[in-house]
Design a protein around this ligand. Structure first.
Ligand SMILES: [Cu+2]
Length: 112
């Protein structure tokens, strides 16, 4: 009986987490060799304030996420896994990989 109630409670919590806006407002960005999102150009990603961006490392080479804007942030240098950052300040953020440089590997992140 007690286990059943605990199970039900766990399911309710999971359902709440899945439907919460924080969950829905996560944007994924691919980090590959040597680009963010796509091989050509400098992509722009726009997200609402409070959103979470998840950079997913899918390339073979090591990269990082270095962000400059209203807030500075920087991931570890990685070859797999992901780095997440919640953006609570509006503005434009220039994102680059410090290994490959802004001319080769950058993107613009707009937080509105
Ligand atoms: Cu890189």
């Amino acid at each position: 009986m007690r286990l059943k109630i605990l199970g039900l409670l766990a399911l309710t919590v999971m359902a709440a987490a899945l439907t919460s806006s924080a969950w829905a407002r996560t944007t994924s960005v691919r980090v590959s060799d040597n680009y963010f999102m796509r091989a050509q150009g400098v992509p722009t990603v726009t997200v609402p304030r409070g959103a979470t961006v998840r950079w997913v490392f899918v390339g073979r080479s090591a990269h990082n996420v270095s962000g400059r804007g209203p807030v500075k942030f920087r991931s570890d240098t990685m070859t797999s896994g992901s780095y997440t950052k919640r953006l609570t300040k509006r503005g434009d953020y220039r994102i680059m990989c410090s290994i490959h440089g802004s001319s080769d590997m950058s993107m613009l992140l707009r937080v509105r």
